[in-house]
Design a binder for this molecule. Sequence first.
Ligand code: GCB
Length: 596
Amino acid sequence: MKLTKTFITSLILLLIFSVQELSAQDLMTNIYGRNVQSLNGKWDAIIDLYDQGRKNKIYLNKKAEGKTDFYEYSFDHGLRLNVPSDWNSQMPELKYYEGTVWYARKFDTPRNAEKRLFLYFGAVSYRCRIYLNGKEIGKHEGGFTPFQIEVTDLVKEKDNFLAVEANNTRTVDAIPAMAFDWWNYGGITRDVFFVSTPGVYIKDYFIQLDKDKANRIDAQVKLSENSANANVQIEIPELTIKQSFTTDNEGIAKISIDVKKLERWSPESPKLYKVIVSSDNDRIEEMIGFRNLAVKGTEVYLNDKPIFLKSISFHEEIPQRKGRAFSESDAVMLLSEAKALGCNMIRLAHYPQNEYIVRTAEKMGFLLWEEIPIWQGIDFENESTKLKAGNMIKEMVMRDKNRCALAFWGVANETQPSAPRNEFLKYLISCCKEIDNTRLIVAAFDLVRFNREKQLFEMDDPFIDNLDVVAINKYMGWYHAWPLAPEKAVWNVAPNHPLIISEFGGEALYGQSGDAEVVSSWSEEYQEKLFRDNLTMFKNIPNLRGTSPWILFDFRSPFRFHPTNQEDWNRKGLVSDQGYRKKAWYLMKEYYDNIK
Ligand code: GCB
């Protein structure tokens, strides 16, 4: 009895004092279409290597008063960091920094009693706690997805003090975990907004073409409160659509609308329509495209026609700046190079990239594959890691489900078969489907082996039956020597599924010429030959429906120590860190240009 009482008391205390863990269910759809005030710009910062800041409550931002007072910190007149941006590229001392950095800024905002107010962060890497006017108001884990907190009752008209405790320490239970082949950038890496909405606002909507019909739009709208019988309206002026419908007991309204003469979105013609969603108190608009996507047998169909996916990957990084990409012009730079290569798809490696990239890609005509960083080394046996991954993937799907460009949700990259892995990945698939059961589910594997007896490339991982499309990373000519001539290299991998080669390639230092037969020449000639050999082999993959070379640009990675050829850069880029195209780029372009 006594034990139970203690237990209940501690539970109550825990509930009262524990800080809200911010999650996917708090997110509102289409933040860029809301009434926002940007909090981007210079923020004050304090580097807190030994994690003393929280203990000393530096988020209170106290100033010494009287004769005996003093504080061993101040946010005034110290370090200033750009937001958004990683911290690593802003000061030489922070290049390799892994730990805590405090960010703080003040802001004013006109109070309006009828409005609700939220803070929105596009991403903070990797974990953070948020403090407003001296109070801890929420925490978040996951460096590549957005989160938001309601602050209606906490905001003042003048002099709000917002502090963020950001930490990018690698841990075994994190996603990604202890080692990964990209830079561990820390900081407030994406937009920060102060958002205001009406009291009852349009929280979420999902508007897309019926999975199997070219002339029916399915729409679902959810209000912030569970109010039944509330009116909502969808308007698509160009299609002369204006339809009203009402919410059910959960505040959700659903409708299917038949349309005539809809121009479907495609990479060749990325048509988007202005869609206006309104309720009694709220109105929001967004450009939305419509398309049909399906897998039948071993084909991927876009708008009822089989498509070959001419894909490429890049990290969310501007190589010339040696830092994270965060703006619309960064997105244009990255995507223009993919356009020039002749691509119709981007595999956003290896994590959800910022919304400018996703939205600009859709406008420019790229299909997208988006994934969370389930990248090798994940602790599949850890229940809390699994729940974290589930939340992360939901945040990704919540954010981007209205982008018709989004074709694939990726659940993993290079995992080894095991019961806990299977359970973990199945859970992630169920998290995607809970929000959106229309996209194709994919995962990338590195398990293809050459079977000497059968003289065939094969893979054994029954998990592939949970997927719509199977993707293979295979570095022939780089991590694996050719066991036979490329033209004789025949594949029998996932023969009943469409297959994408989601990674292949090798390293070359731009401007270095050398022996096309010798891997360690790190030469453009070797890389070009490697591409030629792989493209030859691809003719022998009967179910091949797409390729995605690794990778568009050289990228920074602490994995890569070679003193002259790498210097902390993965040199598999088709384009160098200085923006120069390597020889293999031209070969790949020719390959893509010849696929109609
Ligand atoms: C892989 C990984 C990718 C690496 C790449 C490499 O298989 O998926 O993240 O960067 O190989 O360069 O080794």
